[in-house]
Write a protein of this length. Structure first.
Length: 477
């Protein structure tokens, strides 16, 4: 006979402040970069509310009481995928029940619907379709641009872009960058405006081997974003956590992204290392004590509408989105004057805007037996991301995966963005149910206001949107 014993649950929080947070608090207040060991304390401490309060300090220093949302529409052009990642419930094989691939008429109609809803952005991702030709992707972007010229197209994860280089037969082993550059140049010419952050998962060889063996790894993911940044595109990045990963691996992931962003910002004029190359090898154990770049705190590098300047002491709290986003975005969209660095070099877009921690949804995946992360772990992870990624302007609590009530709480735990109206989402479905996942602007604003923040509609590049019904413009356009 087996005896059932209750599992020993380690409380995620306990009364009382943790003195181990004190030196970390001192660093945060001084705008100093946190080390991986600091990150380990942020994850290990029982004082989760202390961690959240620290993240809130940074978040308010950067954004005041502003909380961003956008009006967007997601499009998944196909769920047919050559890969079979264990965490993924979305993919189908050709001929499977429920497999779909959208044609250009469908895509055009979706773009028109997006405009009718007042959307500023179309977010497009799909599976790695083994048979679609490269022209399908450029035709898709052109069709959207023709049907909806004002819509910003944020499309294709790094994994899809490597796949496109392969199907266009421009991918060279040993030199993934040149093929991806070829692909991105053509997609940009067809209307691509920025890259979403998907497909990063957790940068770790062990986890990759176990859960997404045949997918690109960290080096290639980073290479793709490096090339995008060099071409002047802004991008986002994600961290898919709460499956077979551990907290140390998450911290390494954040560290790798932080260094990658250092390099991106350096290319825009922050340091004298324009050829810095992150993907060649990241010494994961090396502690960083001297911040190269920090966007918050004493001595921070604070982007201004005039450019990127070092030495300001307090940001324009709560009045506008990170102005660097606005100023570099102008260059991306309209070729207007680019920001000037402190060395007065002409620069353009080309950095990570947002980290989006994505909690694992087990339902329907091969890892369905795993429980997925808890609410407190999700809150803590948002806070840790805010604290570790001192060179990232934004932290997004994607309401679809976090749920809107949790996204509300996360605004006080380091997040400044909850994503948008979305409408249709196929990658994760709450309770395994519907792809229709939509929130109205009223819902989003109410959630933000109830949490004590000021809702700010942004476009994809974090410019403030001024709107009259369906018509909109950005404050900088
Ligand atoms: O790449 C897949 C993840 C990502 C599951 O850039 C899963 O603004 C949880 O990247 N449980 C797609 N996550 C979503 C994404 C995204 C979302 C919102 C905004 C932005 C942005 C990007 O979702 C995939 C994968 O990493 N994912 N399956 C799952 N079962």
């Amino acid at each position: 006979m087996t005896t059932l014993t209750a599992p020993i649950i380690q409380p995620a929080r306990a009364p009382g402040a943790d003195p181990r947070l004190e030196p970390i608090r001192a660093k945060v207040l001084a705008g100093k970069r946190l080390s991986l060991d600091d990150g380990a304390v942020l994850y290990a401490t029982h004082d989760i509310w202390g961690v959240i309060a620290l993240a809130d300090t940074v978040r308010r220093r950067m954004h005041g009481d502003a909380a961003y949302y956008n009006i967007n529409k997601h499009l998944n052009y196909s769920n047919v995928c050559a890969l079979s990642c264990k965490f993924c419930e979305f993919y189908r094989k050709k001929g499977d029940d429920g497999a779909y691939t959208r044609d250009l008429d469908y895509i055009r109609a979706e773009a028109v619907k997006a405009v009718d809803l007042g959307a500023t952005e179309m977010h497009i991702v799909g599976g790695l379709h083994p048979y679609l030709p490269f022209e399908y992707y450029t035709d898709m972007l052109r069709a959207i641009r023709e049907a909806a010229p004002g819509l910003h197209i944020k499309a294709f994860t790094a994994v899809e872009l490597v796949h496109l280089a392969r199907i266009a037969k421009v991918y060279k082993r040993g030199d993934p960058q040149s093929g991806v550059r070829w692909v991105l140049e053509r997609l940009m010419e067809a209307g691509l405006g920025s890259l979403p952050g998907g497909g990063a998962e957790v940068f770790d060889d062990r986890i990759q081997k176990e859960a997404w063996k045949t997918k690109i790894g960290a080096d290639e993911w980073l290479d793709v974003h490096l090339v995008a940044h060099e071409l002047g595109l802004n991008s986002n990045c994600t961290m898919l956590y709460g499956h077979i990963d551990g907290r140390r691996e998450r911290l390494n992931h954040l560290e790798i992204l932080r260094r990658s962003q250092d390099k991106a910002l350096a290319r825009l004029g922050y340091t004298g290392d324009p050829d810095g190359f992150i993907a060649a090898g990241i010494p994961q154990t090396e502690a960083i004590t001297d911040p190269v770049i920090t966007l918050s705190g004493e001595g921070a590098v604070l982007p201004t509408p005039q450019g990127l300047e070092r030495g300001a002491s307090s940001p324009p709290i709560g009045r506008s989105p990170m102005p660097s986003d606005a100023s570099t975005a102008k260059d991306q969209d309209g070729g207007l004057e680019a920001p000037r660095s402190r060395t007065e070099k002409k620069t353009k877009g080309g950095y990570y805007q947002t980290i989006i921690p994505l909690p694992f949804f087990p339902d329907g995946s091969e890892l369905e037996h795993l429980p997925g992360p808890t609410g407190l772990e999700n809150l803590r992870t948002i806070a840790v991301a805010r604290l570790m990624l001192d060179n990232f302007p934004h932290v997004k609590a994607f309401w679809i995966m976090q749920t809107l009530p949790m996204a509300q709480l996360m605004l006080e735990a380091g997040a400044d963005d909850i994503d948008g109206t979305v409408v249709w989402y196929d990658i994760t479905k709450v309770g395994g149910s519907s792809t229709h996942q939509e929130k109205s602007v009223t819902d989003l604003k109410r959630a933000i206001r109830e949490a004590g923040f000021e809702p700010v509609e942004r476009d994809t590049l974090y410019r403030r949107v001024v709107r009259e019904g369906k018509n909109w413009k950005t404050t900088t356009s």
